[in-house]
Design a binder for this molecule. Structure first.
Ligand code: SF4
Length: 391
């Protein structure tokens, strides 16, 4: 027999507890075995004296034992030890605990077909679940399979620790997210770095560019130059939907009246439509940019879409050094005093000593600098001093 509890597998003989009928017929007993159709109302008057209950599962697909556990815990307030016994499977372990069981005793025949590793994996998964239930009262529901997936994702993220930007990109593009990863580029001041790196690995990687219809002609020329120079064969300019443009910004002046609505129309929605199908996206985010990003890993997993941050540990100096080393062309507006470049109506030069992003939406009380997929939805990120990352 295997009694599995608190992560340990023990060889124990099945205990000889009385059945409910035997318990009710006697005036003593601190433990009882309940059949899946046991009458809990009959047990209720004796429950305060019971320290241990074993619930029988005749087969793993019989769900009545789960209901008994919930009723004992939630309806009758049973505080003693609750054991599930029968041909149970590791996949059921998390759910059993969430229903209120403390331990699982698997019948020998079933256990012979399982391995301790399977149960250990199930227990590991348990530490990652947030399903509402007896054992874990808070958080959104997450199935056992989701939990296992999350564990695998967490392990994968750890494997990217310490990789160089190029090595992280290569691994993600060629192996872990082959065919399922994308780069959204603003064709801004820093953009040549990642574009150059991915072109060295896979020039056919999908690269998205938000064609807002409001870019500087210099940005569009820079885009064309980089795409041609790096031989990017899967480059996609993403415009807003013509129908939405016609109804929401027919004369092209929405940015003068409502910049948030304009960004939503020309950036957020188009990007959302294009990027959502991918399992992972590459970002240019760096740890030094915000306190929130200080602990950012190279590979962020956990959400619906993984984020690969190959430049997580880079500084602005690293970017400059890489550009020089590979003789990458600078954005043409950099020499004209634009340290951060977005749409033309919303970008101005910055004066010496000003924050690089001071020229974005100047005087408009708007500081969003990026569009990122976080916890299942697209959100804009507040601008921070020294950040060049733009959309
Ligand atoms: S940056 Fe300006 S022009 Fe571009 S989408 Fe946003 S509000 Fe519109």
């Amino acid at each position: 027999m295997a009694l599995l509890r608190d992560g340990r597998a023990l060889d124990l003989a099945a205990p000889e507890y009385p059945t409910l009928e035997e318990l009710l017929a006697s005036n003593e007993g601190e433990a009882v075995t309940l059949a899946p159709d046991a009458d809990l109302d009959a047990l209720a008057p004796r429950l305060s004296g019971i320290k241990k209950i074993e619930v029988e599962f005749p087969k793993y697909a019989d769900g009545r034992g789960f209901s008994i556990a919930r009723q004992l815990r939630n309806t009758h307030g049973f505080k003693g030890e609750l054991v599930a016994a029968g041909p149970l499977l590791p996949d059921q372990y998390v759910y059993l605990l969430q229903c209120g069981f403390d331990a699982v005793r698997v019948d020998p025949e079933t256990y012979a077909r399982q391995t301790p590793a399977e149960w250990r994996d199930a227990m590991d998964a348990f530490s990652l679940t947030y399903q509402r239930g007896y054992a874990i009262p808070m958080g959104p529901a997450l199935s056992v399979l989701d939990a296992r997936r999350a564990k695998r994702a967490e392990d994968l993220s750890a494997q990217y620790d310490g990789l160089s930007a190029e090595a992280a990109l290569e691994r993600a593009i060629r192996h872990d997210y082959a065919g399922e990863i994308v780069l959204a580029s603003s064709m801004g001041i820093d953009s040549a770095v990642l574009l150059h790196m991915i072109s060295e690995i896979d020039s056919g990687l999908p690269v998205l560019f938000l064609e807002t219809g409001k870019h500087f002609k210099e940005t569009l020329a820079y885009r064309d130059r980089l795409v041609a120079q790096f031989g990017l064969t899967n480059f996609r300019s993403i415009p807003p939907k013509p129908k939405e443009l016609k109804s929401e910004d027919p004369d092209g002046t929405l940015n003068e009246r409502d910049k948030d609505a304009c960004c939503d129309l020309r950036k957020v929605r188009p990007l959302d439509r294009e990027i959502t199908p991918f399992k992972a996206r590459i970002t240019g985010r760096k740890r030094y940019q915000t306190p929130d990003r200080a602990g950012m890993p190279i590979l962020e997993t956990g959400g619906r879409q993984a984020k690969l941050n190959p430049l997580a540990y880079w500084t602005a100096k690293d970017v400059t050094a890489y550009m020089r080393k590979h003789d990458l062309p600078p954005h043409p507006l950099l020499a004209l005093g634009f340290l951060s470049v977005g749409c033309e109506p919303c970008t101005t030069r910055v004066a010496e000593g000003e924050d690089p992003r001071a020229g974005r939406w100047r005087g408009a009380n708007k500081t969003e600098c990026g569009i990122h997929y976080i916890d299942g939805k697209w959100v804009r990120i507040e601008a921070v001093p020294g950040t060049h990352e733009v959309f």
